[in-house]
Design a protein around this ligand. Structure first.
Ligand code: HEM
Length: 203
C-alpha cells in the first residue's frame, strides 16, 4: 500500500475587510485637507487669538503653516476647496449608492447600545455613532467658516449664530472636536476590527 494519503489542502486565509476605493480616497483627502486646514487655521488664530485678545495664548511655530497671516489665509482657503469638494462628492456618492442606509448609525445600533448584550456589537455601534456624528461637525466647520469669510453676503449665517464673534468661537471649537474625534475613531476602529480594518481604510 502506498503511503501517499493526501494531506488536507491548506485552508485559504479568510479575506480581510475590504473598503470601496471611493471611501479610501475620501479618507486620504480628509486627512490631508484637515491637516492643512488645521495648521493654517492656527496661523490665522495666532494673529488674533479667539480667547484673550491679541495678547492671548499663541500656538507654537511647530503646529502652524503659512509663515504669516496672509500666508496662513492662502493655505486655509486653498485647502478649504479640497476639503469642501471632497465632502461634496462623498455626500453625492453616499446618496447615489444608498451607502448611508447601511453604513451609518441606525436603529439597530441604537437598540444594540440600549439593550444589547454583545460587547462587540456595542463597540461597533459606538464606532458607527462616532463617524456618523463627525459629518455634521465637518459641515458646521464649513458653514461657520463661510459666514466669517463673507459676513455681508452670508448675513443669514451670522444671524443664525447670533454674532460674528460667536461664529469665530464655534468655528474654533470644531478644531478640538475633530482632533478628539480622530483619536477616538482610530481607537474604536482598532478595537472593532484590529489592524486589518485600519489598514483596509487606507490601502
Ligand atoms: C479626521 C479625520 C477622519 C474622518 C473625518 C473620518 C471619517 C470616517 C468616516 C465618515 C467613515 C465611514 C466611511 C464609510 O464607510 O463610508 C470612516 C471609516 C473608518 N475610519 Fe475614519 N476618519 C478620519 C480619520 C481616521 C483615522 C486617522 C483612522 C485610523 C488611523 C481611521 C480609521 C477608519 C476605519 C478603520 C474606518 C472603517 C470603519 C468600518 O469599516 O467599520 N479614520 N472614517
Amino acid at each position: 500500500m502506498s503511503s501517499t494519503a493526501a494531506s488536507p489542502a491548506p485552508r485559504p486565509k479568510p479575506a480581510g475587510p475590504a473598503q470601496p476605493i471611493a471611501v479610501k480616497i475620501f479618507h486620504w483627502l480628509n486627512l490631508v485637507s484637515l491637516t492643512l486646514m488645521l495648521t493654517s487655521g492656527l496661523q490665522i488664530y495666532n494673529a488674533n487669538p479667539v480667547f484673550g485678545g491679541r495678547a492671548g495664548w499663541h500656538f507654537p511655530d511647530l503646529f502652524i503653516l503659512g509663515g504669516w497671516l496672509a500666508g496662513g489665509r492662502h493655505w486655509h482657503f486653498a485647502a478649504m476647496w479640497l476639503f469642501a469638494l471632497n465632502l461634496l462628492w462623498y455626500g453625492i456618492y453616499l446618496l447615489m449608492t444608498r451607502r448611508w442606509q447601511n453604513r451609518y448609525f441606525g436603529t439597530n445600533d441604537f437598540k444594540a447600545l440600549q439593550t444589547g448584550k454583545n460587547p462587540k456589537r456595542k463597540n461597533y455601534a459606538w464606532h458607527r455613532l462616532t463617524f456618523t456624528l463627525v459629518i455634521p461637525v465637518l459641515l458646521l466647520a464649513l458653514l461657520s467658516g463661510l459666514g466669517m469669510y463673507k459676513p455681508v453676503q452670508f448675513h443669514w449665517i451670522v444671524d443664525l449664530f447670533g454674532s460674528w464673534e460667536a461664529l469665530r468661537i464655534v468655528h474654533f471649537m470644531t478644531v478640538p472636536v475633530v482632533v478628539v474625534f480622530a483619536f477616538v475613531h482610530s481607537l474604536l476602529g482598532l478595537k472593532v476590527g484590529g489592524g486589518r480594518l485600519t489598514q483596509s481604510i487606507f490601502w
